[in-house]
Design a protein around this ligand. Structure first.
Ligand code: HGY
Ligand code: MN
Ligand code: MN
Length: 413
């Protein structure tokens, strides 16, 4: 039996349905934010499935959760595959979770097909890929790859002031796993991540598999505007230091400055907090996030300078500051892994095309450590980060089949 034919569409689909109950929303999406009770429940569910199959599980100091299937050569560097189980607040049931469940399905298929691999094959659920509760995103893989410092990340606070270290301790208490001591990170022979495309190209071009070649560069910022609280009824405009009004002016100028003719620069203000948040007090503080992306690092550099200039020019009569939270350069995946993904898709007679990724993924960090690639499958209308996100059981199984064949090949090299 080939490992691809051991992949079971029904089992994979049912696991998605089981996981979608954890943080499930009335509209059929999920709200399973990083290091929440729902995240802990998903970790426990995956760990239960893994131990039932005799796989070893372990975690690390940033809470990445690993499921290991041993190889015949204990000294051989492992091949890793996975994604994330945390979601956006109004997320879909496939973003991230599909990559974790497809990696687990590949381990089960190797087991069911009786395929021995020289290398261990490890599935991973990275901590806090979305970065919606705790910034930056892709945090677990970033610490694993040394892109972010563990202690700096443990000190990050969410929007309510909860410190990540405490949320992590609570999660690992609710979802215990043997701890791999020391700094997160270990040598890898290769990494392959499967994910829904989160865009419409595969669906529009009637392809089942995306052979992912690259991920665009991304940067995140926080803009903080400080004014002065004042009485809404008695304070003349001339005497106001209205933080929201200055923030609005700054944001409007930023949207203007990042509106490129080719529509390739991505600029998003996703969160705005205005305080004290009272209808009859002039806001003394306004804080907003910026997510900016482009395939070319030079374009991001140029626009970062523009944003800083806009903040300086638009602050008065308030004070404004912009802080860069994270920057990840554009990632080009390993040509050999790209060729292997394409070859396995062709061997399985699955229509496929090479394509870059507009979305960020944990693979952008792991690509710094070892030969890395990604596999995409279509999602309905390309919609994601939305509760209506959808995919078909057959497409999910097709991606898992390509993944299983790629992992089996890499693990026997
Ligand atoms: O934001 C991203 O690109 C990813 O979906 N978290
Ligand atoms: Mn994702
Ligand atoms: Mn996402």
């Amino acid at each position: 039996m080939s490992v691809a034919s051991a992949v079971r569409e029904d089992r994979l689909w049912q696991r998605h349905a089981d996981m979608a109950k954890l943080g499930g929303t009335p509209k059929g999406g999920v709200n399973r934010q990083a290091l929440s009770a729902e995240d802990a429940a998903a970790r426990n569910l995956l760990a239960g499935w893994a131990t039932a199959r005799g796989f070893a599980i372990f975690t690390d100091a940033i809470g990445n959760l690993f499921v290991r299937r041993d190889g015949t050569d204990a000294k051989a560097l492992p091949v890793l595959s996975g994604s994330h189980m945390d979601s956006q607040p109004t997320g879909g049931r496939f973003d991230g979770m599909y990559g974790v469940l497809a990696a687990f399905e590949a381990l089960e298929a190797l087991e069911d097909a009786g395929v021995k691999t020289r290398r261990p094959v490890i599935a991973v659920a990275w901590t806090n890929e979305e970065g919606s509760r705790f910034q930056p995103g892709a945090m677990g893989s970033a610490v694993f790859a040394g892109h972010n410092d563990l202690h700096a990340m443990l000190a990050v606070r969410d929007w309510k002031g909860v410190v990540l270290k405490d949320a992590l301790a609570e999660t690992l208490k609710a979802a215990p796993a043997p701890l791999r001591k020391g700094k997160p990170g270990f040598a890898l022979d290769g990494y392959v991540e499967v994910h829904i495309e989160q865009g419409p190209r595969l669906e529009n071009e009637h392809k089942t598999i995306g052979v992912v070649t690259a991920i665009q560069g991304s940067r995140r910022y926080i803009v903080e505007v400080t004014g002065d609280e004042a009485h809404a009824g008695t304070t003349p405009r001339a005497a106001r230091k209205d933080a929201f009004h200055s923030a609005l002016r700054i944001a409007a100028a930023m949207y203007e400055a990042t509106t490129d003719a080719e529509d390739t620069l991505r600029f998003t203000i996703g969160r705005v907090d205005v305080s004290p948040g009272s209808p009859n007090t002039v806001p003394g503080k306004a804080v907003f996030t910026i997510d900016m992306r482009h395939p070319a690092e030079a374009v991001l550099e140029v626009h970062e300078a523009k944003l800083a200039a806009i903040v300086a020019a638009g602050a008065a009569p308030c004070i404004a500051a912009i802080e860069r939270v994270t920057a990840v350069a554009p990632t080009n995946f390993d040509p050999k892994v790209i060729d292997l993904v394409r070859a396995k898709a062709n061997a399985l007679k699955l229509a496929n095309m090479d394509m870059p990724s507009g979305a960020g993924h944990d693979a952008m960090h792991i690509a710094k450590l070892c030969p890395t690639g990604m596999i995409f499958v279509p999602c309905e209308r390309g919609v994601s980060h939305n509760e209506s996100e959808n995919a078909t059981p057959s497409d999910l199984a097709a991606g898992a089949r390509v993944l299983a064949e790629v992992l089996a090949d890499l693990a026997n090299r």
